[in-house]
Design a protein around this ligand. Sequence first.
Ligand code: AMP
Length: 283
Amino acid sequence: MKVVSDIAQLQHHLASFDKEQIALVPTMGCLHEGHVSLIQKAKRLADIVVVSIYVNPLQFGANEDLDNYPKPLEQDLSVCEAEGVDFVFTPEQLYPESGIQVGLHVNDLSQTLCGVSRPHHFDGVVTVVNILFNIVRPHLAIFGEKDFQQLTIIQRMVSDLHMGIEVIGAETIRETDGLAKSSRNRYLNDDERTQAAEIYQSMLLMQNQAKQTSDMQQVIQAGETYLAQHGITTDYLSINDETTLQTLSVWDKQQPARIFIAAQIGKARLIDNMPLSSTNEEK
Ligand code: AMP
């Protein structure tokens, strides 16, 4: 495994692969089993796996956790080594020192869910992913369904801009009590950690409710009530179309739709989602 922080050096290494399929797994480090599942999927689908580790300042808002974001690099490198990663790309900076002048912008897909309380977040995400794609020039890239809005936006970026890269989603990896694995879970104390698992339980409850009604307000109300009983107030709790990410008030049981939740628990802002359709249930 090669650990490379220099862009030209990485490109030099990658230029020697002519026929091989290259997969990119972009991350912000602090790797856990969720990231590992993405790496394993990349290994199954491609010959060469590149994992990037870069905490992207452009996607953090002014009062968010950029400065405190954990950076256990040695541990991350051991994880990558154990998974048989070929290259770990650890750039110190991906933007010009004078600041980036040209970036990408997301329209309606970022006007909902996380984009409402994080107004510049997805512009920062697509800009950095575009830069990483330009540097690595992968055939395919793997992103987690854990960040479903991000996955949808990146799939749309690749299609709108004819980038010719296959963007593949990977299912959410959870703790045994259902909490989605996340680098931010380490901000939780014991009580908050127990409370956080109720997010998953509320989604199961809503999935069940949705079998009995097409009125999504009723389903959301049941979820909000359950979460409130466990002391959780949501930033949003919404049921949205999987492709347009538009909010659904009525669900016809045919169109692919998901439950989306964001909630602040202690110092951690947690997000999660789950398909609504029983034909598309979590594996
Ligand atoms: P991050 O390091 O948080 O930017 O995440 C890097 C990638 O890992 C993104 O594509 C995430 O969606 C994905 N990811 C994060 N947590 C999970 C999880 N629990 N299960 C599957 N993928 C995940």
